[in-house]
Design a protein around this ligand. Structure first.
Ligand SMILES: NC(=O)C1=CN([C@@H]2O[C@H](COP(=O)(O)OP(=O)(O)OC[C@H]3O[C@@H](n4cnc5c(N)ncnc54)[C@H](O)[C@@H]3O)[C@@H](O)[C@H]2O)[C@@H](O)CC1
Ligand SMILES: [K+]
Length: 461
């Protein structure tokens, strides 16, 4: 996994104070990393338009123009005059060369956005919104320097935000790149070194970006084993029984030795899934909430108080019953609307879904501070998984998964790993990654996935 930081100013400052580097050295590295990227990917003499703002993001662009000049057909478009001391210095350097400055942007082969980086501190006015719209209308290969212009510190976007194919971000990953809104704008994210290797530049953090290698699949190492060695998951089915059945099928395909659906009515289940009217004696984990609908509160309370691992989803986030069990190390998997309800029930915040989406990390932190035992998985374009002070981001998911039933598959996967003895946080992380990787491997068009396809792909991981 990789570290994510809310801000990097303090990391830059540390470079100056501890390693005796200066702004100029850091900027030179920032610009050379974009230069190397362009040199590696594109043939010489391709046209490059670098669009610069007045601050140090623009200064990075000016330095880049100097580095690319002569090898590529470089043009500079200065959207505003250089203002920061480094921008002025870089411009002075540029002026000694004969680099083209254009009065209007145009469609070049490569477009580098150096308008605003971490310094964007107010809404964009009409002039910049129109400029960004114009840049987005081109068919250029789009590179964002540090952050696509229009994304602010909190990961909120402007009505016009630069749509990057690649974001080359300076020094370390920033939290703002992983809001749900940012997902459509950042493209591939590459981290540039700023004069020392990343592991030296980076300090301590509580946020991490998950890599594929963080997915621990439930491979079986013991030769002498039987079905009981891999746990027994009980999936509690409610009014909408399909949800529980989808979860049960996903769980079975993900390694649980036994899976039973708990339901009072007789169900038509595949032969390998069992049915029970009450929680099984040898149950090692419970998945509950999916499609629950109307239910007998006391019965659900009894289930929630069973001393086994649990994943709780969906309808239970609208019932204050949930607040009774938040001292347990349970996994909760709300989508934003459910999390808003949960925040209200827990008296943490009474907010809209929009406010949550604007500040996903903030509200996850608030929730986990109050309930440090709970493992919270907040669904979204970038899934956030958190327990106590640690926050993990799974950015592998895609729109393929935006379907009814995908969440039930996820509940089943988490339940399956819990039943097999994974710790709740490990179960949430590995199941969430497997869920996203299954979707990634699905090769038909991106609107056609059904839950059984997803389970099939996950079985092949
Ligand atoms: N040590 C450093 O400071 C380093 C900085 N680097 C670059 O510097 C960037 C940060 O530079 P700055 O702090 O100068 O900030 P920016 O260059 O991101 O933007 C600040 C400038 O934009 C103006 N501005 C902000 N919001 C605006 C708005 N809505 N409309 C119009 N103008 C607006 C500000 O008045 C200021 O002039 C980073 O993103 C990175 O690209 C890199 O070179 C690496 C080293
Ligand atoms: K930028």
């Amino acid at each position: 996994m990789q570290k994510i930081f809310d801000e990097v100013n303090s990391l830059d400052k540390r470079c100056y104070e501890e390693f005796f580097l200066n702004e100029d050295i850091l900027m030179e590295h920032a610009a050379s990393s974009i230069c190397s990227y362009i040199e590696d990917i594109f043939e010489e003499n391709k046209s490059v338009l670098i669009v610069c703002g007045s601050g140090n993001n623009g200064a990075d662009g000016l330095a880049l123009a100097r580095l690319l000049y002569k090898k590529f057909d470089v043009s500079l478009y200065l959207a505003s005059a250089p203002k920061s001391p480094m921008a002025k210095l870089q411009y002075k350097r540029v002026k000694t060369l004969n680099i083209k400055e254009v009065d209007e942007p145009f469609e070049a082969d490569i477009l580098v956005d150096c308008l605003f980086g971490t310094g964007l501190n107010k809404p964009l006015d009409e002039k910049y919104l129109t400029l960004i719209d114009t840049l987005n209308s081109y068919n250029s290969f789009n590179i964002a320097c540090d952050i696509p212009s229009g994304i602010n510190h909190f990961g909120q976007i402007s009505s016009s935000t630069f749509e990057a194919d690649v974001t080359i971000t300076m020094g370390a990953l920033k939290t703002s790149l992983f809001s749900d809104f940012s997902k459509d704008y950042v493209g591939e994210i590459i981290v540039s070194n700023l004069g020392v290797q990343r592991e030296i530049y980076e300090t301590q953090t509580n946020k991490f970006l998950l890599d594929e290698s963080d997915m621990k699949l439930p491979f079986r190492n013991k030769k002498n084993s039987h079905k009981g060695s891999y746990g027994h998951l009980n999936v509690v089915a409610g009014c909408k029984k399909g949800a529980g059945i989808i979860a049960a099928k996903a769980a079975f395909g993900f390694g649980a030795g036994l899976v039973s659906v708990v339901c009072h009515e007789n169900l038509d289940l595949p032969y390998h899934i069992m049915q029970t009217h009450f929680i099984s004696e040898n149950c090692t984990a419970i998945a509950i909430g999916m499609g629950l609908g109307k239910y007998e509160t006391d019965e659900i309370r009894k289930i929630l108080n069973k001393k086994v691992a649990k994943i709780v989803d969906a309808d239970l986030f609208y019932d204050d019953l949930i607040c009774e069990v938040l001292d347990q190390e349970i996994v909760l998997t709300p989508h934003p609307k459910e999390f808003v309800s949960l925040l209200k029930l827990c008296e943490i915040a009474d907010i809209s879904v929009q406010e949550l989406q604007n500040n996903r990390f903030l509200y996850v932190e608030k929730f986990c501070k109050k309930y440090p035992n709970v493992v919270l998985l907040l669904k979204g374009a970038n899934v956030i998984i958190a327990q106590n002070e640690k926050i993990y981001v799974n950015s592998f998911g895609s729109a393929v998964l935006s379907k009814g039933g995908s969440g039930d598959v996820l509940s089943g996967l988490i339940g399956s790993l819990l039943a097999q003895g994974y710790k709740p946080l490990e179960a949430a992380i590995s199941a969430s990654l497997a869920h996203a990787m299954g979707a990634r491997n699905y090769k038909k068009n991106n609107y056609s996935l059904i839950p059984s396809d997803l389970v099939e792909e996950i079985r092949k991981l």
